[in-house]
Design a binder for this molecule. Structure first.
Ligand code: HPA
Ligand code: ZN
Length: 351
C-alpha cells in the first residue's frame, strides 16, 4: 500500500464550475473496477505476471482507445483485464482508483466487478473479491470513503454460467451487496437472467442492471419487471418510451448515467447532444458517473464538467446531481442526510 495519501482538491479560490464540481461531495454508483485499469498499471502488472499484452507500449495501447460501439470497447477491456492475476493485482487496481476518487471528493462508491472475466481464465473467485475488498477496507480507514460491492454477470454468457458464479458468491454474502448485469447488451435481454436474479434477490442481494445503453427501451422495462432491479445503469433509450419515462419518474428509479462513456461508445454523437439535461427536466432521478474512466477519458469530476459545460448546467443542477448520487445510493438514511447536508453547505460557501 502506498504511504502517500492524496490531498482533496481545494477549490475555494475559484468560482468556475470545475471548482464548484470539485468542491461537491459525490457518490459514484456506476464504476467498473476493471475499467479503472490505467495503461501504466496494466503494463506494470503484465510485466509482474509475465503476461504479454497485444500492444508494445502505453502510447500504442492508448491510441487503440477509439471505439465505434460497446463491443469494440469490450474487446479491449477484457484483453486488458488479463493482466490481473494475483490478489495483490486486484488490490493495487482498486487502491489506485480509490486514491483518484479521494482527490475528486468522492465519499461513497458502489463498485462493479466482473468475476467471470477472471474465473473464465483460471483466477479464483476468492482472489478477485479478497483483493478488491482489502482495498475497500483500507479506503474506509485511511480515506474515509464508504463503499459497496456489486457483482456483475456477463450477459454474453449463458445463465448457467451466471448461476455458478452466484453459487461462488454465496460464501461472500456479507461482502457483496448487490448483483448487476453488464457486457454486450444487444441480443442479450434481461429476461435471459430471470432465474439467477430471482435466486440472488432471494438471498438478499440488491439487483441492478445495465439497460438502454445500446439496447431498446423494452430492455429497461424488462429489467424492472423481470429482474426487479432498484436502479437502471445507463437507461438512455428509456427516453424513446414516454410511458416508461412516466413510470421511472413515478417510482423514482435512479438512472446511473455516464456522459463520457456515452460519447466514446457512440451512444450519443456529441456531448452537446447528451440527454442529461432533458432527463433532469423530465423529472428523472439521474446521477452522473464515470463507468470505465481509464478508457473513456475522465473520472467522475471530468464527467460532471463535460456535461456542465456542454449543456450549460446551473449550480442548482449540479447540486441536484450530487444530492441524487447519495439519495440513489445504498447508504443508510443517516449517512445520506449527513452527506446531502455537506452538498448543501458547499452551495452556501461556493459563491
Ligand atoms: N456497458 C456494458 N458493459 C460494460 C460497460 C458498459 O458501459 N463497461 C464495462 N462493462
Ligand atoms: Zn457500465
Amino acid at each position: 500500500m502506498s504511504d502517500v495519501l492524496p490531498v482533496p482538491v481545494s477549490s475555494r479560490e475559484s468560482g468556475d464550475s470545475a471548482a464548484f464540481i470539485a468542491a461537491l461531495p459525490k457518490a459514484e454508483l456506476h464504476l467498473h473496477i476493471e475499467g479503472t485499469l490505467e495503461p501504466e498499471l496494466m503494463f506494470a502488472l503484465a510485466e509482474r505476471n509475465g503476461i504479454r499484452l497485444p500492444y508494445s507500449s502505453v502510447e500504442e495501447l492508448r491510441s487503440a482507445y477509439r471505439f465505434s460501439n460497446l463491443q469494440d470497447f469490450l474487446d479491449i477491456y477484457y484483453a486488458g483485464a488479463g493482466a490481473l492475476v494475483e490478489m495483490q493485482d486486484f488490490y493495487d487496481l482498486t487502491w489506485a482508483y480509490l486514491q483518484r476518487a479521494f482527490t475528486q471528493n468522492v465519499r461513497h462508491v458502489e463498485i462493479f466487478f466482473d468475476p467471470q472475466t477472471h474465473t473464465g481464465r483460471g483466477v479464483e473467485f476468492a482472489t478477485v473479491v479478497d483483493g478488491i475488498n482489502r482495498a475497500l477496507v483500507d479506503a474506509e480507514a485511511r480515506l474515509g470513503i464508504n463503499s459497496r460491492l456489486i457483482l456483475c454477470f456477463l450477459r454474453h454468457l449463458d445463465e448457467a454460467d451466471a448461476l455458478e458464479t452466484l453459487d461462488a458468491a454465496m460464501a461472500y454474502r456479507d461482502r457483496i451487496a448487490g448483483v448487476g448485469l453488464d457486457s454486450s447488451e444487444r441480443g442479450n435481454p434481461p429476461g435471459k437472467f430471470r432465474e439467477v436474479f430471482r435466486r440472488a434477490r432471494a438471498a438478499g442481494f440488491v439487483a441492478v442492471a445495465h439497460a438502454g445503453e445500446e439496447g431498446p427501451a423494452e430492455y429497461v422495462r424488462e429489467a424492472l419487471d423481470v429482474l426487479e432491479v432498484v436502479r437502471i445503469d445507463h437507461g438512455n433509450n428509456a427516453l424513446d418510451d414516454a410511458g416508461l419515462v412516466a413510470e421511472l419518474v413515478r417510482r423514482r428509479i435512479p438512472l446511473t448515467v455516464c456522459p463520457l462513456s456515452n460519447v466514446k461508445l457512440r451512444v450519443v454523437d456529441d456531448i452537446r447532444d447528451h440527454p442529461l439535461k432533458r432527463m433532469l427536466n423530465l423529472g428523472l432521478f439521474v446521477t452522473v458517473n464515470s463507468d470505465d474512466p481509464a478508457y473513456f477519458g475522465g473520472y467522475v469530476n471530468e464527467n460532471y464538467i463535460a456535461v456542465a459545460e456542454a449543456l450549460g448546467l446551473s449550480r442548482e443542477d449540479l447540486r441536484q446531481l450530487a444530492r441524487n448520487s447519495f439519495e440513489a445510493s445504498w447508504l443508510d438514511a443517516e449517512a445520506k442526510s449527513a452527506l446531502i447536508a455537506e452538498v448543501d453547505a458547499v452551495m452556501q460557501t461556493e459563491r
